[in-house]
Design a binder for this molecule. Structure first.
Ligand code: ATP
Length: 309
């Protein structure tokens, strides 16, 4: 009997925890919160964050916010090699999962791109067909849900914050590079912000130095037409990000309908409170309280249960 039970253990599928959700819902934050409760190592499943470059534009979690939690498949690939396919991601994801497990840690897949997650987890991956509920790993899938209109409302603050952090300089630098080498860093071409700002840069090319953002802001101050073109680029970014969010939520719903077991955590209230003024009961403290209770607390219970099974 001992040998049959040990062979059953050998054939048991490795355990993988997963955090899914639309862009801006707090997946990265939850991953770090959970890593303080469990021995997780994060495996990135965002198709733009797998490459090095455009760190701010693609919204990678900054190293200081990772609190020492190892991250895999994040900034790991050369964008000059072109776009990674879901099947290629699946290959790298398998290797990353084995690596984490071999160190006695638990893999936490976080993203992002539903096609990547689907390719890696589905037993038989067919990009054209509906997802089959059979998975190659023993998965606990957490879905951080935020109502799309609430995410949309937060977009102006988010996009302006990214620009303040240096997204404009990243995008200007990338545009500059492609003037001499049109195929440069092709893997990043579809990141939201690139196409939208290309239109602006065609009219107002970033010409000198590396502090393009400061220079550009000075120029815009005295030129309402230029400022109008800049604002148009921001509107396009927000429109496309809103579109991405709706598509991501729709795809997650489809996975759920096709039989994937998803644990839905509603972070809508936490995100709403973070945006609301203090006088109306909002603010960061109130938001954190709700986040801890509704999202982190519930996730910890769900993962504990999963690890006991
Ligand atoms: P699709 O099959 O539509 O590409 P997907 O699930 O594979 O869907 P998503 O993560 O939804 O991939 O990304 C779709 C598109 O959204 C990307 O090709 C890119 O244009 C944009 N995008 C996704 N993630 C980011 C990001 N982190 N930063 C900027 N743009 C992004």
């Amino acid at each position: 009997m001992a040998s049959s039970s040990s062979s059953a253990a050998a054939h048991r599928r490795p355990k993988v925890a997963v955090i899914m959700g639309a862009t801006g819902c707090g997946k990265s934050r939850l991953s770090i919160d959970l890593a303080s409760h469990f021995p997780f190592e994060v495996i990135n499943a965002d198709k733009m964050q797998v490459y090095w470059g455009l760190d701010i534009t693609t919204n990678k979690i900054p190293p200081a916010e990772r609190h020492g939690v190892p991250h895999h498949l994040l900034s790991s690939f050369d964008p000059n090699d072109g776009e990674m396919t879901p099947s290629q991601f699946s290959f790298h994801g398998d290797a990353a999962i084995s690596g984490v497990a071999s160190r006695g840690k638990l893999p936490l897949l976080v993203g992002g791109s539903n096609s990547f997650i689907h390719a890696l987890l589905a037993d038989r991956f067919d990009p054209e067909a509906e997802a089959s509920p059979e998975l190659r790993y023993d998965c606990c899938i957490l879905w951080v849900h935020v109502s799309p209109p609430v995410l949309k409302k937060g977009l102006p603050k988010r996009v302006n914050g990214m620009l303040r952090m240096g997204a404009f300089d990243e995008l200007a630098g990338y545009y500059h590079l492609r003037q001499t080498d049109p195929g440069a860093r092709a893997g990043l071409r579809k990141a939201i912000g690139v196409l939208e700002f290309d239109r602006y840069f065609e009219k107002y090319p970033p010409l000198r130095g590396d502090a393009w953002g400061q220079e550009d802001a000075r120029e815009r101050q005295n030129d309402p037409v230029r400022e109008g073109a800049y604002q148009e680029a921001l509107r396009e970014i927000m429109k496309n990000a809103d579109h991405l969010i709706k598509g991501q939520v729709e795809k997650i719903r489809q996975l759920s309908k096709s039989g994937w077991v998803l644990h839905r955590l509603d972070a809508t209230q936490a995100v709403r409170l973070a945006m609301a003024p203090k006088e109306e009961g909002g603010g960061d403290d109130r938001s954190r309280e709700v986040w801890e209770r509704e999202v982190v607390g519930r996730s910890v219970e769900i993962v504990n249960q999963f690890l006991r099974e």
